[in-house]
Design a protein around this ligand. Structure first.
Ligand SMILES: *Cc1c(COP(=O)(O)O)cnc(C)c1O
Length: 224
């Protein structure tokens, strides 16, 4: 049986350990628990263990769970999957964050559907840092222009960048993301989030400057 509470404690220890080794402050790295495909009761167990930030990738599944867990009001839901244009309304109505904006159309749709929110929708731009054909994300060349568009969207708050480096990516890939993040911060100084690092590559991501790791398997167990 998956012991979610123990797994969360282990992950936090590992984050603290890498922070110590790389001279980073532990509170610079937040933990997003990726609960996609996992049932509401597992999310509730993580919640009871103190976890508040959860990541989801599939709209229909996640909206059902968000409704089901409405009694846990201080959860912050992060959408981290590919965003389809016809799902932007549901995403804007149910999530506090979207990590995976990768085109102008998605940004403007999310902005339109966020007009009734009390707070802006926090967004990150996904960068296809390993230039994988099958992966979402903007190219490095497209990044600055999309950031400018998002800056004009009054219901969106540009918080930073997100990446899913290729499996077994070299450390330089993570460093490159950190470099892009710092560059873009010069024109968008409010940016504070570099969303990078999963169960398999958390160490390199943190060492390279990630401020938010997205961990699924190591907390909730494997997915089918
Ligand atoms: C599923 C997923 C994760 C979590 O991956 P694990 O390997 O299970 O930790 C992180 N980020 C994104 C974008 C995902 O889709």
């Amino acid at each position: 049986m998956t012991n979610i509470k123990d797994n969360l404690a282990i992950i936090k220890q590992q984050i603290a350990h890498v922070c110590q080794l790389t001279h980073r402050a532990y509170d610079e790295v937040s933990l997003l628990a990726v609960s996609k495909t996992k049932p509401g009761n597992m999310i509730e167990q993580a919640y009871q263990a103190g976890q508040r930030e959860f990541g989801e990738s599939y709209v229909q599944e996640s909206v059902e769970k968000i409704q089901q867990l409405k009694h846990l009001p201080d959860i912050s839901w992060h959408f981290i999957g590919p965003v389809q244009s016809n799902k932007t309304r549901q995403i804007a109505e149910n999530f506090s964050w979207v990590h995976s904006i990768d085109r102008v159309k998605i940004a403007t749709r999310l902005n339109e559907h966020s007009s009734r929110r009390d707070t802006r929708l926090n967004v990150c731009i996904q960068v296809n840092i390993s230039s994988e054909q099958t992966k979402s994300g903007v190219t490095i060349e497209e990044l600055a222009e999309l950031a400018q568009v998002i800056e004009q969207c009054k219901n969106l708050e540009l918080r930073g960048l997100m990446a899913i480096p290729q499996k077994n990516a070299e450390r330089t890939t993570f460093d490159k993301m950190h470099q892009l993040f710092n560059q873009l911060k010069q024109t968008h100084p409010q940016m504070d989030t570099l969303s990078m690092g999963m169960s398999g590559d958390m160490q390199d991501a943190i060492a390279a400057g990630s401020t938010m790791v997205r961990i699924g398997t190591a907390i909730f167990g494997g997915r089918d």
